[in-house]
Write a protein that binds this ligand. Sequence first.
Ligand SMILES: *[C@@H]1O[C@H](CO)[C@@H](O)[C@H](O)[C@H]1NC(C)=O
Ligand SMILES: *[C@@H]1O[C@H](CO)[C@@H](O)[C@H](O)[C@H]1NC(C)=O
Ligand SMILES: *[C@@H]1O[C@H](CO)[C@@H](O)[C@H](O)[C@H]1NC(C)=O
Ligand SMILES: *[C@@H]1O[C@H](CO)[C@@H](O)[C@H](O)[C@H]1NC(C)=O
Ligand SMILES: *[C@@H]1O[C@H](CO)[C@@H](O)[C@H](O)[C@H]1NC(C)=O
Length: 388
Amino acid sequence: MNFPNLILILVCFHFLFNLHQTQAESEACLDTACHTNQPPIRFPFYIETIQPNNTCGFPGFKLLCSNKNGKNQTLLNLPYMEEFNIQKINYATQELFVNDPNNCLPKRLLSLNLSSSPFHAVYYQQFTFFNCSFKFKHLTSRYKPIPCLTDSSKYNVFATPSLTVFLHLSSVCDIVDTVNVPVQSPFYDRVLSSQLDDDLRLSWNSPSCRRCESHAGRCGLQVNSSFEISCYNVPPTQGISRGASYAIAISIGVPTLLCFILILSWICSNLRYGIHGWTWARDTVADFESLLNSQQYNNILGLDKPTIESYQKIVIGDDGIHLPRPNDKTCSICLSEYMPKETVKTMPKCEHCFHAQCIDEWLPLNSSCPICRTSPTCLLPSENLAQS
Ligand SMILES: *[C@@H]1O[C@H](CO)[C@@H](O)[C@H](O)[C@H]1NC(C)=O
Ligand SMILES: *[C@@H]1O[C@H](CO)[C@@H](O)[C@H](O)[C@H]1NC(C)=O
Ligand SMILES: *[C@@H]1O[C@H](CO)[C@@H](O)[C@H](O)[C@H]1NC(C)=O
Ligand SMILES: *[C@@H]1O[C@H](CO)[C@@H](O)[C@H](O)[C@H]1NC(C)=O
Ligand SMILES: *[C@@H]1O[C@H](CO)[C@@H](O)[C@H](O)[C@H]1NC(C)=O
């Protein structure tokens, strides 16, 4: 028998042995819930009034049942924060979905601080909140105001994940704050503005009961130990028979070995190509990294100051506009028309124009033209060299 297979089988034995051993000490707490229509509650969560805290739960996972306004809710108590309302718990992936019991999640996001709780976001997305005076009420035709933060006769509050909208709104509105929102999937909201009322997706790492839960077992604290975890009551039918574990070990082991050999031979053949092979590999990794980075606003490679300064500036005269593209009458970053005496900057390659102030904020973050996405640096190889 080959070596990787042997290891896999040993791992499998260890795994099965552990699951069956703890089956005997059946010490699990009973599943419970705040109400029949509420999520089932079990370890590491505990309901303070129903379950004794020292055997059924883990510190930081305390829940409360509430019956405010005839609505039955399961509330999560986090340190230094008001409660969150639990919508769903997935014990096998150790994730939970929460919302605000007072139906104003955006307000909670402005003061969200998970650092002293056992929970963290699965995915974060950055949103900036703007407070816009009633004078600019036309903005509501383009962006969705957050109802519970807005007083529509005085001001509108918007939240945006978009850099373009950020540049637009920051010229007319007050910035309230920029916060990281625990969204449900990466780049969940590619919208211009969001009312941010979807449940927050959170996860916890410790105590780790993923393996136990995914085998339909129940996790619990070990008797008389301080916060050591055991897996109880794994149903025997769910256990894998010895024959099956051989089959699984072989069906995983053989492809793994083949992959290993393939990867090894690929590396060897690259080594034989010598320096060119490695350069290629390094460049591919670099391309991939820059592709990844370009998806995040913070890491976009922008232009340096001297390059931005070097672009042609035009001051619009009282008698009207004389721009390279005569039909260009509005700046597509802030969406306002060019007015006399304003300074307009022209991109060198495509001759698209923008307010100097607007494009000066864009270019340090992104080297391409906001309209046509052509990069001026491609035209000027000497500048490219100077930058690197
Ligand atoms: C259980 O709760 C009591 C009071 O609510 C507290 O003093 C005690 O430390 C808790 N025990 C554990 C293990 O959390
Ligand atoms: C909430 O729970 C109470 C009993 O605990 C029940 O009488 C009531 O109908 C529930 N309300 C809803 C909306 O389910
Ligand atoms: C979050 O709270 C911790 C203390 O609990 C504090 O040290 C930290 O600075 C806070 N973070 C923010 C962003 O407020
Ligand atoms: C928005 O600004 C108004 C005053 O213009 C203020 O009363 C209100 O509290 C602000 N709202 C937020 C969410 O900052
Ligand atoms: C747990 O501790 C108590 C005293 O603290 C002791 O009486 C009991 O026998 C212990 N149980 C086990 C299973 O060790």
